[in-house]
Write a protein that binds this ligand. Structure first.
Ligand code: RB5
Length: 158
């Protein structure tokens, strides 16, 4: 499994911890920044990770900011991304089993490092269950296709 990583300054330290975890699990990853705790803009770091995952160049992505919210909003703008903002291990498991989430967003200012690393482990280990959940994920893709190319504030009529 190949994992794309990204953070802003608010998530930088947790991203470093996640890299140590991935090293210990011998999982391949690439870090798309940021590279220090200087203030940056989270969409700039969500975008490359989301694009690489959506294109199939990476199997999964992990994004960290202060809350995880900005990263998850940004990543979910990219068609093909199902980014889940998770702060507990129950949701980490459920979002893989039910939503087939391909990007995990975490908030460094919300969860402690111990819990965050447990969340990452559970999320990486859990398989999508398919079945009725596949039908629902298919409906997410239909929504995406329906709004493809529609300008901000626009709507579709059929
Ligand atoms: C940065 O201060 C903070 O706004 C960012 O890390 C994130 O929490 C945004 O959603």
């Amino acid at each position: 499994m190949k994992i794309a990583l990204g953070s802003d300054h608010g998530g930088f330290r947790l991203k470093e911890e996640i890299k140590r975890l991935l090293d210990s699990l011998q999982l391949a990853y690439e870090d798309f920044g940021c590279t220090c705790e200087d203030s940056v803009d989270y969409p700039d770091y969500a975008l490359p990770v989301a694009e690489k995952v959506a294109a199939g160049e990476f199997d999964r992505g992990i994004l960290v900011c202060g809350t995880g919210i900005g990263m998850s909003i940004a990543a979910n703008k990219i068609p093909g991304v199902r980014c889940a903002l998770v702060h507990d291990t129950f949701s980490a498991r459920a979002t893989r089993e039910h939503n087939d989430s391909n990007i995990l967003a975490l908030g460094e200012r919300v969860v402690g490092p111990g819990l965050a690393l447990d969340i990452v482990k559970v999320w990486l280990e859990t398989e999508f269950q398919g079945g009725r959940h596949a039908r629902r994920v298919e409906k997410l893709k239909q929504i995406e296709a329906r709004y493809a190319g529609v300008k901000q504030g626009g709507s579709v009529t059929n």
